[in-house]
Design a protein around this ligand. Structure first.
Ligand code: ZN
Length: 158
């Protein structure tokens, strides 16, 4: 299990390198990040949040259980004109919540932990979470977005 790096730690604000090593070690990292995410009640986690400046993120899948999806070197290749916003929080910014405007639909190009190239279309919560996580690997936090700060009635941290 990792501890979560909090703002203003340097790794959150530094560029991330491409992942070039795939396979067992990357899968093990994903599993360990998933444990960290679950124990923190998170719904997404990016490698810079555990102190690693690499382009690697995970997103929780489903409401129950411990299933997750891993995205290696993800790049958003399409943002819909339609926008949505939900109240977001961030494990690296404890106690801060707010509405961030995101694309309702995205298309993402990425690799899986085995290095296979994938393209996926996402809508709804997974699209929002993945945009939050991809911001992390681009050194961007919700405080760097156009955010409408709230009191955090609903807690969705990633
Ligand atoms: Zn975050």
């Amino acid at each position: 299990m990792f501890s979560i790096v909090k703002h203003p730690a340097r790794t959150l604000h530094q560029p991330c390198d491409d992942v070039t090593q795939f396979g067992d070690s990357l899968h093990a990292l994903a599993e360990e990040m998933n444990k960290t995410m679950i124990s923190s009640n998170g719904i997404g986690l990016a490698a810079p949040q555990i102190g690693k400046n690499i382009k690697f993120v995970i997103v929780k899948v489903g409401d129950e259980g411990s299933e997750y999806a891993a995205y290696v070197n993800p790049v958003i290749t399409f943002h819909s004109a339609k926008k949505v916003s939900i109240e977001e929080g961030c494990l690296s910014l404890p106690g801060l919540y707010g509405y961030v405007t995101r694309a309702a639909k995205i298309r993402v190009k990425y690799q899986n932990v085995r290095g296979e190239k994938k393209i996926e279309k996402l809508t709804g919560m997974p699209a929002i979470i993945l945009q939050h996580e991809i911001d992390h690997i681009n050194s961007k936090l919700i405080i760097d977005c156009d955010i409408h700060i709230t009191k955090g009635e609903k807690i969705l941290r990633s």
